[in-house]
Write a protein that binds this ligand. Structure first.
Ligand code: ADP
Ligand code: MG
Length: 599
């Protein structure tokens, strides 16, 4: 019973292992391909959306850069036009200049703060505007030194005499052998708006920087994020980009040289259409995307900066979403693998037990055939004692007819009765043996002594072998370790093999030698006969069900196939050696019982 349970639990772990392996394979195959496909898609998507974000920011910065360029160009054009349209004497008139300023302001919504006419020595000779700047002397101002040398000029943003950020634009003209500058102040707020408009997401802001690292517009909200040096390095970076002149950058670098054609000069002064982008680490380790463009003859840099995390927020969201979907997919696949493997293994277990039941039925059928064969022999065996009993009973009757009180008759009758009892007991023993064999096969495993079992079977067949003139020789190793097997099944195996041997030698007679011996971890039982042997062509089919060379009605061809099934179920081996005209030997190798194996 214990052995039965351990066999069942062994099966159970076998099925559990099978199920585990199935589930693992399903999961690996499905998850593997899912990971591969979605990984590739995500990777491509990452690259694509990175490019999209960069392209979008690039375009935005370029557009703003063009707006700023256009703004500066227009302001230069405005005063250049003014300068060329009127006479020096007119412009020297303060009233006239005031009038022109008003027209400009009305036209351009107060972008111009004031106007001034300056002679070549830096003296302001005429002024229109809100400040008291007439006669102001700019001869030592830095911007004047530069402006007087150029047809047109745009200054950096500075505080100047007013203590309020502004910048100026100037154009130069010749009159009567001396040079004159027309100067206009540009409203900082209006200019600043152009740049502040460029805001993206939560952290994307823009500002303008000059080559000394001074902000030309209001710096982005809060701290500038990068160090001044980092910002200044951007100029170098940009120039490198310009000098390599990669066409994909669309970079043009303009020399701010002198020219007689003011229009062309202004165009070149204000049109540098290069943008470039870099990635920088902020002071606190946050990654920034920086897109920058040169302005104003490369003197200014329009810088747009945004935290990478902010710029790629959409992408991150998509990644999270994809991750979630992949996770759900994985859970679904694992669930499916668990359920499917469970079902498959259940089905396999069902098939296994069906097969086992069928085996059991075949064994039963085969045994009935053996019982039939046995019955003939047994009938002979019972015949003898019954004849003796009949004889003795007649003898007693005769004695009783003579009278039991006659001398010697009583003891003689007693002997006859004794004989009847002996023979009756013999009959009982024989029928008992037959019955014990014909009993329904009990496949429960128990601890058995192989030698005892061999003795029983040989006993059961003694009549049949005697009849066929077959001598049975037993060479059993004494005190063999026990085996674990079903007694009735084992009995049937031996019965089949002995029966075959006796059948083979039916006509000629011969000898069966049974040898048992213990080997390492095994018992070996060999049953050798001196029969006709088995031709090589039949050896391969010997254990096939329904293979028989016996006439219809005598052989079923099931015997050896049943033996094979039983021995293999026990974890043992059965094989055959045969030589035609010499004899056949069947070897059965059985694993030792678990108790014996342990001790
Ligand atoms: P069956 O006995 O019903 O024919 P088995 O499966 O027991 O079926 O045996 C199959 C065949 O193997 C037999 O018909 C016989 O030809 C051959 N065979 C088995 N044992 C022996 C043996 N000891 N000597 C010769 N032939 C044998
Ligand atoms: Mg047989």
């Amino acid at each position: 019973m214990v052995a039965e349970q351990s066999k069942a639990s062994g099966r159970q772990t076998q099925y559990a292992g099978l199920r585990f392996r199935m589930a693992i394979i399903i999961v690996m195959v499905s998850l593997g391909s899912m990971v591969l496909v979605s990984g590739t898609i995500l990777y491509q998507f990452n690259i694509f959306s990175n490019q999209m974000v960069n392209a979008h920011l690039g375009e935005l910065v370029l557009k703003h850069k063009q707006n700023i360029d256009y703004f500066l160009k227009q302001r230069l054009n405005d005063i250049s036009h003014l300068f060329r349209s009127f006479d020096l004497s007119q412009l020297q008139d303060k009233e006239f200049l005031q009038q022109r300023l008003k027209v400009l302001q009305e036209e351009y919504s107060y972008v111009f703060v004031d106007l001034g006419l300056i002679d070549q020595y830096g003296r302001q000779v005429s002024y229109a505007g809100p400040f008291e700047l007439l006669r102001a002397d700019y001869s030592s101002a830095e911007w004047f030194q530069t402006a007087i040398k150029r047809p047109g000029f745009i200054s950096d943003v500075f505080m100047g005499l007013r203590g309020h950020p502004h910048f100026i634009v100037t154009v130069k003209r010749q009159w009567g052998g001396s040079e004159w500058l027309l100067r206009a102040t540009i409203d900082f707020v209006a200019f600043n708006l152009l740049v502040e408009n460029l805001a993206v997401g939560k952290t994307g802001t823009a500002f303008i920087l000059n080559r000394s690292g001074e902000f030309q517009t209001r710096p982005p909200g809060g701290e500038p994020k990068l160090t001044k040096q980092q910002y200044l390095n951007l100029f170098k970076k940009g120039e490198e980009a310009l000098s390599t002149k990669r066409p994909s950058d669309g970079i043009h670098f303009m020399e701010g040289g002198e020219t007689h054609f003011l229009e062309g000069y202004i165009d070149r002064y204000t049109q540098t259409s290069s943008i470039f982008s870099v990635e920088k680490m902020g002071e606190r380790g946050e990654r920034f995307i920086i897109v920058a463009a040169f302005l104003k003859n490369n003197e200014w840099l329009l810088i747009f900066q945004q935290e990478a995390a902010d710029a790629f927020a959409k992408l991150k969201e998509t990644q999270k979403m994809a991750g979630l979907i992949a996770f759900i997919g994985a859970v679904a696949i694992i669930g499916m693998a668990v359920i499917m493997s469970g079902r498959m293994v259940k089905r396999i277990a069902e098939l296994d037990s069906e097969k086992e039941m069928m085996n059991q039925q075949v064994i039963e059928t085969g045994k009935l055939a053996s019982v039939g064969e046995l019955a003939a022999g047994i009938a002979h065996e019972i015949n003898n004692p019954v004849a003796i009993m009949v004889e003795e009973a007649g003898w007693i009757q005769d004695l009783m007819g003579e009278g039991l009180d006659k001398e010697d008759n009583l003891p003689e009758a007693k002997r006859a009765l004794q004989q009847i009892e002996t023979q009756g007991r013999r009959c009982k023993e024989i029928t008992h043996k037959l019955l014990s064999f014909a009993r329904k096969t009990d496949s429960r495993v128990q601890t058995l002594q192989l030698n005892e079992l061999v003795g029983e079977v040989v006993g059961l067949l003694s009549q049949k072998s005697r009849y066929a003139n077959v001598e049975v020789q037993m060479e059993l190793q004494p005190s063999l370790p026990p085996i674990e097997a079903s007694a009735t099944e084992m009995q049937q195996v031996l019965m089949n093999i002995f029966n075959n041997a006796v059948d083979a030698m039916e006509k000629t007679g011969g000898r069966i030698t049974v040898t048992s011996r213990a080997e390492e971890q095994h018992l070996r039982l060999s049953i050798a006969d001196t029969g006709p042997g088995i031709p090589a062509s039949n050896l391969g089919r010997l254990f096939d069900p329904f293979f028989t060379t016996k006439p219809v009605g005598k052989g079923t061809g099931l015997g050896l196939s049943i033996c094979y099934g039983i021995i293999h179920k026990m974890g043992g081996r059965i094989d055959v050696e045969s030589q035609v005209d010499k004899g056949t030997t069947f070897h059965i190798v059985l694993p030792l019982g678990s108790q014996a194996a342990k001790s």
